[in-house]
Ligand binder design. Structure first.
Ligand SMILES: [Zn+2]
Length: 206
């Protein structure tokens, strides 16, 4: 199962889209940190094999759908996440950023880099957080359940605290069927297909 939709619509990349990304290695504390995050992203992409949404790494100055940026702390002080990404949209290039925060490299989290990236890739493909427990009230804006619940989903919140945290077959099937579905609306919310916009990312700024 997956959760889809946000606010007043259900965002999805136009089926057949290729999502390209650039790693802004200069934002990381060291090239080793950047290489490790890049490795995690490649592993995370591999975990989604079969979902049918292709990701493609491009070199630093090439046009990309999104960028990967390191920040010591989340931009919002109260925010305690270890990474943050975005949903399908045609918003400005800066909004299409996968942030990796300093906490991701702390001992408690660093060995979960591949799962962390897979979770963020789920958001980028349009997935919302999965219910940890069936019937749980999500303290988030509207989303709809697609297929059957799976509390082991890579998209549970705080999954990093519940090893093994990895992409489940139901996650892959969920994305594949979501992207294959000719759905028009769920609960009155329209499905919106976004064609990826590729941008050249200059030196990082928030
Ligand atoms: Zn999340």
């Amino acid at each position: 199962m997956v959760q889809i939709g946000r606010n007043n619509h259900i965002p999805r990349w136009a089926p057949g889209s290729v999502l390209s990304y650039v790693v802004c290695h200069e934002t990381f504390p060291s090239l080793q940190h950047a290489a490790y995050a890049s490795w995690g992203l490649v592993q995370g992409i591999a975990l989604w094999r079969g979902a049918g949404v292709p990701f493609h790494h491009v070199t630093r100055d090439w046009p990309a759908t999104f960028r990967v940026v390191y920040l010591d702390e989340p931009p919002t002080p109260s925010y305690t996440a270890i990474a943050r990404s975005f949903y399908p949209s045609n918003e400005p290039p800066a909004n299409r950023t996968l942030y990796v925060f300093g906490r991701a490299f702390e001992p408690a989290h660093v060995n979960s880099m591949a799962s962390l990236m897979a979770h963020e890739l789920g958001h980028i493909m349009g997935l919302r957080h999965e219910l940890n427990v069936p019937g749980e009230e999500l303290v988030e804006d509207w989303s709809a359940t697609w297929m059957n619940p799976n509390p082991r989903s890579i998209m549970v919140r705080s999954g990093i605290l519940r090893p093994p945290w990895t992409v489940q077959p139901s996650d892959v099937v969920g994305v594949r069927t979501f992207y294959a579905a000719p759905i028009v609306e769920i609960e009155g919310r329209q499905l919106v297909d976004f064609v990826p916009i590729n941008s050249v990312y200059q030196a990082f700024s928030l």
